[in-house]
Design a protein around this ligand. Structure first.
Ligand SMILES: [Zn+2]
Length: 89
């Protein structure tokens, strides 16, 4: 397995750091995403989108990675599942 955890960059969010985990460990932060970037992994992050409380439809269709509402895309280092955190200013 690739040693990617040491290359994970830090990031700043509007409401403080939220670091998602999966398989009992911290996920890798992949970057900021909008609806367009989420399309290929939507099936994996849908539950997180619903749980975020920002509205599934809004996140799936009206979010921009440089907009007021931004997605933070993470990936599990073990199983490869994508996870999503959504934040807005
Ligand atoms: Zn996992």
């Amino acid at each position: 397995m690739e040693q990617v955890s040491s290359h994970t960059p830090g990031y700043a969010s509007w409401q403080g750091d939220v670091w998602l985990g999966h398989c009992g460990e911290a996920c890798i932060f992949l970057g900021y995403v909008g609806s367009k970037e989420l399309a290929p992994v939507w099936a994996e992050v849908r539950d997180d989108a619903v749980a975020s409380g920002w509205g599934e439809d809004t996140i799936q269709h009206h979010m921009h990675k440089d907009g007021d509402m931004t997605g933070y895309l993470f990936q599990c280092q073990h199983c490869g599942k994508h996870r999503l955190h959504v934040d807005a200013n």
